[in-house]
Design a protein. Structure first.
Length: 161
């Protein structure tokens, strides 16, 4: 197995009234949340997929199927914690995570640091190993029209030892 592994993740969810908006494990005040079987946290889902991909462990749907009632409304921080355990079994260590959230509104500037802390704590890494960016879609497409949120993540893992 190569000593360095790269993974890429992506997720998108539409908005839904009556749900809380959770991103990076942080409740962001907004009139709509994201539709999903779990809490709909697109940032954490993209990070989970990137980590699983780098470890050659499939994807989030394989490990946490949306038809499984155990994952209904579950915090995606718990899913991320389970992914961390899978990485540990393969003796893989996280070097860094870089992510981008595509969102028209709300503005996430004041929430990104707390998201980093949540992710770092769950993965047992330094928050300096986590980067979170947010950008708009400049009014283009479904995200630009405020219909949902998407996120991308790329990770670098190394084999421990």
């Amino acid at each position: 197995m190569p000593k360095i592994k790269v993974g890429f993740g992506y997720d998108i969810h539409p908005f839904k009234k009556g749900r809380k908006l959770i991103l990076g494990g942080v409740q962001v005040p907004f009139e709509r949340g994201l539709e999903g079987h779990s809490d709909g946290d697109v940032l954490l889902h993209s990070i989970c997929d990137a980590l699983l991909g780098a470890a050659n462990l499939g994807d989030i749907g394989k490990h946490f199927p949306n038809k499984d009632k155990r994952y209904k409304d579950i915090s995606s921080l718990r899913l991320l914690g389970e992914v961390k355990e899978l990485l540990q079994k393969k003796e893989l260590v996280i070097e860094n995570i870089d992510s981008t959230i595509i969102i028209e509104e709300p503005n996430l500037s004041s929430f990104k640091q707390k998201m980093k802390v949540n992710i770092a704590r769950t993965l047992e890494v330094s928050s300096s190993q986590i980067n979170i960016k947010a950008t708009t879609n400049e009014g283009l497409g479904a995200i630009g029209k405020g219909e949902g949120i998407a996120a991308y993540a790329v990770v670098l893992l190394k084999k421990d030892g």
